[in-house]
Design a protein around this ligand. Structure first.
Ligand code: KPL
Length: 314
């Protein structure tokens, strides 16, 4: 089976290695020439506990090289989704596309350019940390859920969902097909709303957020606003108590450096606009004030736009 992986960052790199080791024919598409050249020379190194493996995977900068794959895993940051979708729209083979990205809005962006019936979406709680270009730590095993990007289906018989589940299972990602992926994407959004911006602003690891009453209060307020927006939109969440779920993830991933804090530490753009920023946009559409999410969004946006100007020492 031929599989494309777009974006060999933490999650994409992890999946590329796992799929290749399971015997699937993997092709990786990158947009960063230096990283692609490095991976082409050295492969991708994956650290799991004490174990270290290196897998040579073909990497390309040319989307046309994915012309004959059956499934493409979209693993880029949310702000690159639209560019990738535009590049992939010309592929002749009509593959399925599966997004496993953070945040909301990715399915809709893919749907602007790619056939909606070919778009699959999912969430995973596998943890992956980028240790540098082509070097990834598998930081934790978790559940993975997939469903149709558009519409609802519990169809175990859906060929795209079955194909995606088979591939992910081969990679060691135990995967369940669910009828309404939108609920899951929003449920994961609650976790990211409660953790990512706060860790990026405070520099704390996920677990550290629970050590301080002030961060706990802000987390509770941000999640409350997000839950109200989900309710107003009629999106049922998986958890009876979303804040307790966020706290649970903080405990379970205590030593983890959230993806947004990793971005800020590397002075990169973050996914704030697709996480807390998405709550702000949805709140505006509904005529609801979400002041805590607005504040968190504004502060992280300021950081990501001012790396050059920031005072480090004096
Ligand atoms: O998804 C994550 C992220 O860092 O983006 C969490 C669940 C917060 C784990 O760190």
């Amino acid at each position: 089976m031929k599989i494309g992986v777009v974006g060999p960052g933490a999650m994409g790199g992890l999946l590329a290695v796992k799929l290749a080791r399971a015997g699937l024919e993997v092709r990786v598409l990158d947009h960063r020439p230096e990283r692609a050249a490095l991976i082409g020379r050295q492969g991708i190194e994956l650290l799991t506990g004490e174990e270290e493996v290196r897998e040579m995977v073909p990497v390309t900068l040319d989307p046309a090289a994915l012309g004959d794959v059956e499934l493409i895993l979209i693993c880029v940051k949310a702000y690159d989704t639209e560019g990738v979708a535009r590049q992939l729209q010309a592929l002749p083979s009509g593959p399925y596309f599966l997004t496993l990205q953070n945040g909301v809005g990715n399915v809709e962006l893919l749907g602007k350019y790619l056939p909606p019936e070919k778009i699959l979406a999912g969430i995973t709680s596998h943890g992956a940390t980028s240790l540098g270009p082509g070097r990834i730590r598998h930081a934790g095993v978790g559940d993975t859920y997939i469903g149709l990007g558009f519409g609802e289906s519990s169809e175990e018989a859906h060929p795209g969902l079955r194909l995606a589940r088979t591939c992910l299972a081969a990679a060691g990602f135990a995967t369940r097909i669910v009828p309404r992926i939108c609920s899951l994407i929003w449920s994961k959004l609650m976790v990211n709303v409660g953790i990512n911006a706060l860790t990026a602003l405070t520099g704390l690891r996920n677990g550290g957020l629970l050590d301080f009453p002030a961060t706990e209060r802000i987390m509770a307020a941000a999640v409350r606003e997000a839950v109200q927006v989900a309710e107003a939109r009629g999106i049922p969440l998986l958890f009876d108590n979303p804040l307790e779920e966020v706290r649970k993830v903080c405990r379970q991933t205590g030593p983890n450096i959230s993806s947004m804090l990793q971005d800020v530490l590397r002075q990169k753009k973050t996914e704030i606009d697709y996480i807390n920023g998405a709550i702000v946009r949805e709140g505006e559409k509904l005529g609801r004030l979400v002041p805590v999410n607005s504040l968190l969004t504004g502060l992280v946006q300021t950081i990501e736009n001012s790396y050059e100007q920031r005072v480090r020492t004096f």
